[in-house]
Design a protein around this ligand. Structure first.
Ligand code: IPM
Ligand code: MG
Length: 353
């Protein structure tokens, strides 16, 4: 078992450090190797995804990533920016299936901006296609057009096989849950997503036990705040999934709680918190490491088929919350405010290895 750790930028190093404590508690310290990505890699190698990192990633069974990005890199040429490191590693490793669960921990129902009765018991799985769509479509770029005006172009594009493989992941995931799959598109306007809808409808015939519905993305955004509990599994393309998963995360109180998995055809995966690098709070020991720790839990479940360790980590996190330990993003009066580092220790102390 080879696990690569990519700390990244901003709060990345401090949150991944807490997940590494969990790996150490499982006696897996010898199975980890570190490499650079994002701004940290740009500083040292002038490249947000150096070849050495990619080589090691290819050799690893799983990757744990903190976060990438910092405003100070926003002026760099696009290919040098930290986000490109992330997009390139997703594409190079063919990590097309992005699983973003949005689960409400009962202890945090007060932390949601929605009423507790709307969000209590919430358990949604967002499946976002991660290596296609307008993120990667060609042609792209900014050029000068015939009218001597600057013009920006991006291309929304999906091939049949790309849609088919993510559809199978979505249906299979629904089968293991409440058997409800909502495919989100904009088929009333965009041909690409009309094809998406058609293919999902065709694939549904292989999964008679799953109820498939379709929803336009604007309506889905509205329904997510109106009545989020109507959803079980949501499947959507790269750009819609980027937006809807941020929205869904906030239903649960804090984006600091939500893990994610990005998987290839063989369940090799990269695991990262759904939140970003938060440079404004980096190095202050106030970031919430629970999304990263829960991402590690997902690694054991999806890549290593080790349900026991997955459950052990989840249980330790729940216990930590039940006992009232909180970082500032989920703090409420009466709970016990602690820092990022302490949160890692508290979870490890409650871990049954
Ligand atoms: C995400 C992030 C990335 C994305 C950025 C950092 C490139 O927002 O993982 O959701 O857009 O996919
Ligand atoms: Mg995003």
């Amino acid at each position: 078992m080879k696990i690569m750790i990519l700390e990244g930028d901003g709060i990345g190093p401090e949150i991944t450090k807490q997940a590494v404590k969990v790996l150490k508690a499982f006696n897996l310290a010898n199975n980890i190797e570190y490499a650079l990505i994002g701004g940290a890699a740009y500083e040292k190698y002038n490249d947000p995804l150096p070849q050495a990192t990619l080589d090691l990633a290819i050799k690893s069974d799983a990757i744990l990533l903190g976060a990438v990005g910092d405003w100070k890199y926003d002026k760099l040429p696009r290919d040098k920016r930290p986000e490109q490191g992330l997009l390139r590693i997703r594409q190079s490793l063919n990590l097309f299936a992005n699983l973003r669960p949005a689960i409400m921990f009962p202890e945090l129902s007060h932390a949601s901006s929605l009423k507790p009765e709307v969000v209590s018991g919430l358990d949604i799985m967002i499946i976002r296609e991660l290596t296609g769509d307008i993120y990667f479509g060609e042609p792209r770029g900014v050029s000068v057009n015939q009218n001597n005006q600057r013009e920006g172009i991006n291309t929304m594009r999906y091939s049949e096989s790309e849609i088919v493989r993510i559809a199978h992941i979505a249906f299979k995931s629904a089968q293991l849950r409440k058997k409800k799959l909502c495919s989100v598109d904009k088929a009333n306007v965009l041909e690409t997503t009309e094809l998406w809808r058609e293919i999902f409808t065709e694939i549904a015939k292989n999964y008679p036990d799953v109820t498939l519905t379709h929803m336009y993305v604007d309506n889905a955004a509205m329904q997510l705040v109106r009545d989020p509990k109507q959803f079980d599994v949501i499947a959507t393309g790269n750009i819609f999934g980027d937006i809807l998963s941020d929205q869904a995360s906030m239903l649960t109180g804090s984006i600091g709680m939500l893990p994610s998995a990005s998987l290839d055809e063989n369940n090799k995966g990269m695991y990262e918190p759904s939140h970003g690098s938060a440079p404004d709070i980096a190095g202050k020991n106030i970031a919430n490491p629970l999304a990263t720790i829960l991402s590690l839990a997902m690694m054991f479940k999806y890549t290593f088929n080790d349900e026991k360790k997955f459950i052990a980590i989840e249980k330790a996190v729940r216990k930590t919350l039940q006992e009232g330990f909180r970082t500032q993003d989920i703090y409420a009066a009466g709970s016990r405010l602690i820092g990022c580092d302490e949160m890692g220790d508290v979870v490890v102390e409650r871990l049954e290895v």
